[in-house]
Design a protein around this ligand. Structure first.
Ligand SMILES: Cc1ncc(COP(=O)(O)O)c(C=O)c1O
Length: 400
């Protein structure tokens, strides 16, 4: 049966590659396995999440509206406005916000709404950092674009420099994914960089997607966001956030990856098109879950507490790993990006000898122009409690 050959260009997802790498290898007997491979927060979400869902039973008998509800859109616009100090009327909840069932689907699907057949008469390009969240690649390829991997390594502070790309690439760029705080390196883009990106998107008429799901996990100043950069460039009222959408999620901020809840906000024209696409193939958040999401966006207390838990783990990580494997304490996010030499060998040894599951950095990046920015690294997700994290990191130093 002939099938969509674009799938072949995407290749296996990193966790499938990890399963294949580890194969029949088992952790040592008697050792409790600790998975640090997946960025799946294990802190408890606030109790009002489940309480809200339990209360909103009427919503189970309704198809949820594709655009979410008015209170949910208002809660999201309110959060964005407070968090980034935006002008009061900049984010219109009715035309600029859509709640989504997690940002993974939205990051993927938006490319189908945004990438044209051709850009300036040629094959369109989708820019992404390298290493990167793998959904960007799937989206670019399935939308029929050429993915362009822009290195984000220690030489450039782990931030990709889209502005320095050749004119030939920028002319063909239809969409650019940017991630700050970055997964996996935890780098945070300063305001100047975010403004440059917005200007670049407008100058070359492409869509900038600012993936901000780690925005609330920071250990110094709060990260700048795409909406904040638009405001700093003078955006306000109708027409705000032209060429820009931001995405954020409750998976990391509220430790609720199972809720599958996030949002897309920005350029009203794009939101309208995205909304039409979702009419045909979207899965809007169920109403009881959307009510819980609205409550979570309206509360900061649990987010502050969550951030403290991560900060404590970085203190312990520094104690155990400081001075080893290029250790640095990231500005944001919840990962460690360690330079171990051979990432695959390290992942096998850590699983087989210590029961700690990590992912080789190689699987999170692609070789481009003879350079592989993920080679030699492993990524660790510090998603467990403090004691489990301490145990895992101690085991790691013993094996490596
Ligand atoms: C960079 C990045 N973007 C987006 C997501 C998707 O998050 P969710 O679908 O849970 O909102 C993740 C999840 O790990 C991520 O690391």
């Amino acid at each position: 049966m002939p099938l969509n050959a674009r799938m072949d260009a995407v290749g296996d997802y990193p966790f499938d590659r990890l399963r294949a790498l580890l194969g029949a290898l088992e952790p040592p007997t008697g050792v409790t396995p600790i998975p640090l491979s997946l960025g799946e927060p294990q802190h408890a979400p606030p109790a009002f999440l489940a309480e809200t869902v339990a209360r909103e039973t009427a919503g189970w008998s309704k198809y949820p509206p594709m655009r979410g509800t008015e209170p949910a859109r208002a809660a999201i616009a309110g959060w964005l406005t407070r968090r980034y100090g935006l002008p009061e009327n900049m984010v219109d909840p009715e035309t600029m916000v859509i709640p989504v069932s997690g940002t993974r689907e939205a990051l993927f699907m938006i490319a189908l709404a945004a990438v044209p057949e051709t850009k300036n008469g040629r094959k369109p390009v989708v820019l992404m950092p390298n290493p990167f969240y793998q959904v960007y690649l799937g989206a670019a390829v399935m939308a029929g674009a050429e993915p362009v991997f822009v290195p984000a390594d220690s030489e450039n502070g782990f931030l990709p420099d889209f502005a320095s790309l050749p004119e030939d690439i920028l002319e063909r760029t239809a969409l650019a994914y940017y991630c700050s705080p970055a997964n996996p390196q935890g780098a945070i883009a300063p305001m100047e960089t975010m403004k440059t990106l917005v200007n670049l998107a407008r100058q070359h008429d492409f869509l900038l997607i600012s993936d901000e799901c780690y925005s609330e996990l920071y250990y110094g100043a709060p990260p700048t966001g795409g909406a904040e950069a638009c405001a700093a460039l003078g955006d306000d009222g109708p027409g705000a956030m032209r060429n820009v959408v931001v995405m954020n999620s409750l998976s990391k901020r509220s430790s609720a990856p199972g809720l599958r809840s996030g949002f897309v906000a920005g350029d009203a024209n794009l939101i309208k098109r995205f909304s039409r696409l979702r009419d045909y193939g979207g899965a809007p958040p169920p109403l009881p879950l959307l009510a819980a999401a609205s409550a979570l966006w309206s509360d900061e207390e649990h987010v502050v507490a969550n951030r403290v838990l991560y900060a404590e783990k970085y203190v312990v990580a520094e104690e155990i790993l400081g001075g080893k494997y290029g250790y640095y304490s990231p500005a944001g996010g919840f990962y460690l990006w360690l330079a171990v030499g051979d990432g695959e060998a390290a992942a096998r040894a850590l699983w087989g000898d210590a029961g700690v599951r990590v992912i080789p950095g190689e699987y999170l990046a692609r070789e481009a122009d003879g350079h592989h920015p993920g080679a030699g690294y492993i990524r660790l997700a510090l998603v467990h409690d403090l004691e489990t994290t301490r145990d895992a990191l101690t085991r790691i130093t013993k094996v490596l």
